[in-house]
Design a protein around this ligand. Structure first.
Ligand code: NAD
Length: 447
């Protein structure tokens, strides 16, 4: 059965969810307050870099199953299921700021009241929100529409990964629905059926458990990364190699190979804010999550340690240095620079007076929006390193893995590389004659 769906907020989650729901035959109206974005999407242009997305958007726009508007009322009046895909940024104290979710819920409730809409509607929270938010949203509808209203609030946390978002949305490893209504559960099962044909599960649980599941998943993954980063420092001190240790432990299926790569710290729009929000919530509830607190602290320290390696090499003076940075996005295959570790490196080096040249395959525009003329932007990875003193690698884009080392040697004056992603084999780089600082491994050719 095809549903009429409203998507409120067309960021990374909203536009991918809206497009993939349309792809499975539903009629989808996407709403955003950003008019420029709406215009762009109407013209079949994706507002974000996400492999495979634009092709699907164009297909479904042509089929007239996917439309865009800034008119919330139009979407509310023409949708049975309304997804909230709104930002939940961190507040100053680390808690998740719910103002977008609560305001839009309030607006929807008022539209239902003013337009005297009586048919049943399901409001689905796809944003990552603290435990108890479904109840808060539900109470907004109850206070505006009365006890016996026809609005059903449910939680449906999103697990897509930027860079693989279309694939993840079309074939989710699992779908989690938080609802106490059997009817809502059945509707959501119907909606997700086409995405779960390979037999992946849909778990129906209570709202609070669904909300906690999302934070638990992200915090667990962040904890794996922080564990390896912490261990990397230990390896540096005792003369072991974190990548050998990674291979040694990752082949144990109880541990698993993924999320074991040491680096300069995790970033992005999800891990840092979700770990912070879970920590805040656990402290509020007087149920401190000590491991999650350590995860957050280790991550901060990890980026600082990496920056320290660069500053230390130059005796804390980079004033006359030109530093090239490869990779700005918080991870490859995305243009997302929110909480990107590269920006922390840039902030420090800029503050210390270094000249900075940057290259990234997709994130240059988003970087310009923050740094304007303070950086030198390159469209080519080798232009970026021309006449630089050192190269710093912050994102593991594939093209950095097998570069032209001859060109690098000609361009990087001191032949120094700080690799925050452990891209190169130590023996190879040693033979090539680079001074090479990586994470959790010995320093090569130190001068
Ligand atoms: P985003 O910032 O990319 O997009 C949010 C969109 O909402 C923007 O386009 C913004 O203009 C729009 N918006 C803001 N106020 C609005 C309003 N009143 N009406 C209509 N539109 C409005 O955010 P995102 O990355 O898509 O994340 C959304 C939520 O999903 C967050 O809670 C996030 O934690 C969660 N999440 C994100 C990811 C991810 O990989 N990005 C993955 C899983 C979950």
């Amino acid at each position: 059965m095809a549903f009429k769906i409203g998507i409120i907020g067309t960021g990374y989650v909203g536009i991918v969810s809206g497009t993939t729901f349309a792809e499975t035959g539903n009629d989808v109206i996407c709403v955003d307050i950003d008019e420029a974005k709406i215009e762009k999407m109407r013209a079949g242009k994706s507002p974000i870099y996400e492999p495979g997305l634009e092709r699907l958007m164009i297909h479904n726009i042509t089929e007239k199953r996917l439309t865009f508007t800034s008119d919330l009322k139009h979407a509310v009046m023409n949708s049975q299921i309304i997804f909230l895909c709104l930002p939940t940024p961190p507040d100053a104290d680390g808690s998740a700021d719910l103002k977008y979710v609560l305001q839009v819920s309030n607006d929807i409730a008022n539209i239902i009241k003013e337009e005297n809409i009586t048919d049943k509607k399901i409001i689905v929270d796809k944003s990552t929100v603290p435990v108890g938010t479904s109840q808060k949203v539900d109470s907004i509808f109850t206070s505006i529409l009365g006890e016996n209203n026809n609005v059903f609030v449910c939680s449906n946390p999103e697990f897509l990964r930027e860079g693989y978002a279309v694939e993840d949305a079309m074939k989710p490893e699992r779908v989690v629905i938080g609802t106490s209504s059997k009817w809502v559960g059945e509707i959501m099962k119907d909606l997700y059926k086409p995405f779960l044909r390979s037999g992946n599960p849909i778990y129906i649980m209570d709202e609070k458990s669904a909300e906690v599941t999302k934070y638990a998943a992200n915090s667990f993954l962040a904890t794996k990364i922080s564990f390896m980063n912490d261990l990397a420092f230990y390896c540096e001190n005792v003369g072991a190699d974190i990548d050998s240790v990674r291979l040694g432990i990752g082949s144990d299926s109880r541990i698993g190979k993924r999320f074991l790569f040491a680096g300069l710290g995790y970033g992005g729009s999800c891990f840092p804010k979700d770990v912070q929000a879970l920590n805040f919530s656990s402290q509020q509830e007087e149920a401190d999550l000590l491991i999650v607190q350590a995860t957050e602290n280790i991550n901060k320290r990890q980026t600082e340690r990496f920056i320290h390696k660069i500053m230390n090499k130059y005796d804390n003076n980079v004033k006359d240095k030109t530093i090239a940075i490869w990779g700005l996005a918080f991870k490859p295959n995305t243009d997302d620079v929110r909480d990107a570790p590269a920006f922390k490196v840039i902030d420090k080096l800029l503050a210390e007076g270094a000249k900075i040249k940057v290259f990234d395959q997709e994130a240059i525009e988003n970087t310009k929006a923050k740094y304007g003329n303070s950086l030198i932007y390159s469209n080519d990875m080798y232009d970026c390193i021309e006449d630089c003193d050192a190269l710093v690698i912050c994102t593991e884009w594939s093209i950095f893995r097998t570069p032209n080392f001859d060109k690098m040697k000609k361009n990087i004056k001191d032949n120094v590389i700080f690799d925050g992603r452990n891209l190169y084999e130590l023996e190879d780089i040693e033979e090539l004659g680079f001074e090479y600082h990586s994470i959790g491994r010995r320093v090569v050719n130190a001068k």
